[in-house]
Design a binder for this molecule. Sequence first.
Ligand SMILES: C=CC1=C(C)c2cc3[nH]c(cc4nc(cc5[nH]c(cc1n2)c(C)c5CCC(=O)O)C(CCC(=O)O)=C4C)c(C)c3C=C
Ligand SMILES: [Fe+2]
Ligand SMILES: [Fe+2]
Length: 354
Amino acid sequence: MKRAVVLMNLGSPDSTEVKDVRRYLDEFLMDERVIDKPLWFRRLLVKGIIVPFRSPKSAKAYKSIWTEEGSPLLVISRQLQDALDKEIDEPVVLAMRYGNPSPKAAYDSLVAQNPDLEEVILVPLYPHYAMSSYETAVEYAKEQHRTGGYKFKLTTIKPYYDDDTYLHALCESIRPQLEQDYDQILFSYHGVPERHIKKGDITGQHCLQVAGCCDKPSAAHQYCYRHQCWATTKEVARRLNIPDGKWGFSFQSRLGRDPWLQPYTAKRLEELPKEGVKKLLVVCPAFVSDCLETLEEIAEEGKEEFMHAGGESFEMIPCLNVHPLWVGALKKWIGELSSGDKTMELGKMFHERA
Ligand SMILES: C=CC1=C(C)c2cc3[nH]c(cc4nc(cc5[nH]c(cc1n2)c(C)c5CCC(=O)O)C(CCC(=O)O)=C4C)c(C)c3C=C
Ligand SMILES: [Fe+2]
Ligand SMILES: [Fe+2]
């Protein structure tokens, strides 16, 4: 079988220039799976308000984490590509949902290397399913595959939030950090609007409607970001023997005024020192590569908020990045694909739910 691998991440602006950040934010936030409002309203909100006001602020944030080789998200994703490429026979390329390189550019480079390519394995670099992350990335990659008229088959790795090999890699990346003295480890996930969770509920009556919904078995969990984040957290805490009370769960990066998943990380960072949590570890398992949201929002701003509120020490645990066990997990899944159990047909798409 002539196969190849595409690793797909979110994407970053081309530079920290306000004009590049503006173009990136415009593409990102005009995505109907991110800002799920009618087109006329989304245009008004994104192009008229969010992008003009946010771009200079975001450009400044990006400047504080940018490296000589570019955005950390892109640099680390490239390092992962290289590391995996060394481990497997299949060629590995990178694609981004927003900005460059696009899935089309990735497919074209693979076909140029091998015109007889039969299958491309798409690996979304998101462990959890969210309409605004995994779903939009996969749908975009599928659309570019369809419209490009490529001959190869596209096979997608499903969300791996509860996969044993992924959890093992995540636990082993955290374990050494637990040797230091700490009061709590906070699992902080990128947030999404509550509305997205309800929209994604294929039963129409479970998510955020039943008390303790994320702990009660439901078909909705296949597409429920909150359940999947919760499941990762509980399993990591169990495997690492972290006692209840020594771990916390929260959601970061809220945009706008609509209710997002709670508790909010920023609020918890202010409250924790008053609750006696002075020495804090933070881990962000929704991201497999360190990026603006971990390096700036948590490691810089979050640390400042926590210390200002009375915290004594704050340690950010790096994402999986190029951890050998993470590279090993990707290698294992790609090897296993012949059995077909890693593919996922996305269920109810956004336009069907609206
Ligand atoms: C983990 C997966 C992600 C989900 C779910 C997600 C949802 C989501 N994001 C925004 C708005 C923004 N996110 C931004 C940055 C950003 N988001 C993710 C991942 C998820 N987002 C990553 C990896 C990054 C970092 C990118 C990088 O270049 O390092 C930004 C841009 C920065 C900023 O201005 O704050 C925005 C905006 C929404 C609205 C949303 C769900 C609806
Ligand atoms: Fe985001
Ligand atoms: Fe739930």
